[in-house]
Design a binder for this molecule. Structure first.
Ligand code: ZN
Length: 424
C-alpha cells in the first residue's frame, strides 16, 4: 500500500495517498478494520467519481458490504446536524461507514460516526479542504455554524487521479485554504511575540516547515493534498484550529454568516479564505511598511467601554451573526491603563513584529500570482462583495472569536481604521 507515515498520537492510523491507489481500498479496509462489514456513503456526484469504482474493488476482493447510501446530487448536501443524527441512528458497531466525498459529506459522516461512537473511513474525492484529517466537523446546528467535536477518520485514502477529475474550482478552493496557512501562521507569530498564545514548535513545524514546497505548484495534487492533510493532523494533535487558521478564517466566517453568494451559489470556504488572506496580507503589510514613530503618530484614541459597546452594536446590526458575539468581543476589550499598557507593548515590539512578518509572508504579488494560477479569485468583487461589505467584514471579524490576530493587534494599537484605509 502507498501509505504515508502519520505522526504519533493521531486518531487517523492509516493514510494512503498516490496515483491510482483506489484499488488498494480493500487492503486498507481489511488492515484497518479486520472482520468488519462496510457501508459506502456518497452523493450521486462522488458515487460517479469514485464510489462506484470503490464498490467494484471491494466486491471483487470479497469484502462484505451493505447497500450504499447515495444522496441526490441536487440539491447539494448541507452540513446539517440533523442529517448526521439520522445517519447515526442507522449505524451499529459491526458496520464501518466509508465516506466517499469531500468537505460536507466527510463532515456529515464524521459527525455521525462520532455520535455513534464508531470509527469510520474516508475516500477523498477532491483536494478541497483541510478538514478531512481534522478533529471535529463544521456543522450547522439549528441554523448556526459550529464545529462539532468528533474524531477524524481512522483510515483515509486519496487517489490523485480521482482528485484530478474533481471540478477545478474545488482544487482552487483547497489550494487557497492551504495558502491561508501563511497569514494564519503569521497571526500565531504575532500572538506569541506579545505573550498571548505561544507557538507550539512541533505542531508549527507540521504545517509550516514544508508549506512553501506544498504551495509552489498550484497543480501538484500530491503536494496540495499532503499539505491539507498535514494541517488537519496538526489540528487533531493541537485540539484547536490555531495551527490552520487566523484572521483570514475569521473573515470567511463573517461572510459565511452573511450568506455570501454569487449567482445564487454560496461561495466556497477556500475562496472566502483566499480573499481573506489577500486582505490580511495587506493589513500585515501596513505594519511592515509603517515605521514605529509613524505608527505612534497615526494611532487613534482608544475607545471607552461605552463607545466600544456602541461600535459593536453597530457592526452587528445585520443580526445574522448568532448570539454571544458582543460578550466574546467585550471579554477581550480592555480600557484605561490595561489598554494603554497593551498599546505600549505592541509599539515596543513593533520592529520585531515587522521582522517576523517579513520572514513569514510571501510578498503580496507573489501570493496573488500563485492564487491566480490556482484559479482562485483574488479580488473581493469576484466573490460577491462590494467595498462596504468587504470592509465591514474586516471590522466585524475582530469581534467573533477570542483568537488573537492582526485584527486585534491593529485594533489595540489604535491603527485598525488607518490600516483599513490602505486596503486596495
Ligand atoms: Zn479552512
Amino acid at each position: 500500500m502507498h501509505q504515508i507515515p502519520i505522526p504519533a498520537g493521531m486518531e487517523t492510523a492509516f493514510f494512503v495517498l498516490g496515483k491510482q491507489v483506489l484499488p488498494e481500498l480493500p487492503e486498507l479496509l481489511e488492515c484497518a478494520f479486520p472482520g468488519k462489514t462496510f457501508c459506502l456513503i456518497a452523493d450521486e456526484n462522488t458515487w460517479r467519481a469514485a464510489g462506484h469504482q470503490a464498490a467494484g474493488h471491494l466486491e471483487k476482493a470479497g469484502i462484505p458490504m451493505i447497500r450504499p447510501v447515495i444522496f441526490p446530487a441536487e440539491p447539494g448536501l448541507h452540513p446539517d446536524y440533523a442529517i448526521s443524527q439520522q445517519m447515526a441512528a442507522d449505524f451499529n458497531d459491526t458496520v464501518i461507514p466509508v465516506a466517499v466525498g469531500s468537505g460536507v459529506l466527510n463532515d456529515l459522516v464524521k459527525c455521525a460516526a462520532g455520535m455513534a461512537g464508531i470509527p469510520y473511513a474516508c475516500v477523498a474525492t477532491a483536494a478541497s479542504v483541510d478538514g478531512y484529517t481534522a478533529y471535529g466537523g463544521a456543522m450547522s446546528v439549528d441554523g448556526k455554524k459550529i464545529t462539532v467535536p468528533c474524531p477524524a477518520p481512522y483510515a483515509l485514502l486519496a487517489d490523485t487521479d480521482v482528485l484530478a477529475a474533481a471540478p477545478p474550482a474545488m482544487l482552487a478552493s483547497g489550494y487557497a485554504d492551504l495558502m491561508a496557512k501563511i497569514p494564519g501562521g503569521a497571526d500565531w507569530l504575532l500572538a506569541a511575540e506579545l505573550g498571548i498564545d505561544p507557538v507550539n514548535e512541533p505542531i508549527w513545524n507540521m504545517v509550516q516547515q514544508d508549506l512553501r514546497t506544498w504551495l509552489a505548484d498550484p497543480t501538484d495534487l500530491n503536494h496540495i493534498f499532503t499539505g491539507l492533510a498535514a494541517t488537519g493532523f496538526a489540528m487533531q494533535l493541537y485540539r484547536d484550529s490555531r495551527p490552520a487558521s487566523g484572521a483570514e478564517h475569521l473573515l470567511s466566517h463573517v461572510w459565511e454568516m452573511e450568506g455570501l453568494a454569487v449567482d445564487g451559489q454560496s461561495v466556497s470556504h477556500g475562496f472566502k479564505v483566499g480573499i481573506g488572506s489577500v486582505a490580511v496580507v495587506q493589513l500585515m503589510d501596513f505594519l511592515i511598511r509603517t515605521p514605529v514613530e509613524t505608527a505612534r503618530r497615526m494611532a487613534q484614541p482608544l475607545p471607552t467601554r461605552t463607545e466600544r459597546e456602541d461600535q459593536i452594536r453597530n457592526l452587528l446590526k445585520k443580526g445574522c451573526y448568532g448570539s454571544g458575539i458582543p460578550e466574546t468581543a467585550m471579554a477581550k476589550f480592555q480600557d484605561g491603563d490595561a489598554a494603554l499598557a497593551r498599546q505600549q507593548a505592541i509599539f515596543d515590539k513593533w520592529p520585531v513584529l515587522q521582522q517576523k512578518l517579513r520572514r513569514q509572508l510571501f510578498p503580496e504579488d507573489e501570493m496573488i500570482s500563485l492564487l491566480r494560477r490556482a484559479g482562485a479569485p483574488v479580488e473581493y468583487t469576484a466573490i460577491g462583495l462590494d467595498r462596504e461589505q468587504y470592509l465591514h467584514g474586516i471590522r466585524t471579524a475582530q469581534l467573533i472569536r477570542r483568537r488573537y490576530t492582526i485584527l486585534d493587534l491593529l485594533y489595540e494599537s489604535g491603527l485598525l481604521e488607518p490600516a483599513i484605509q490602505t486596503l486596495r
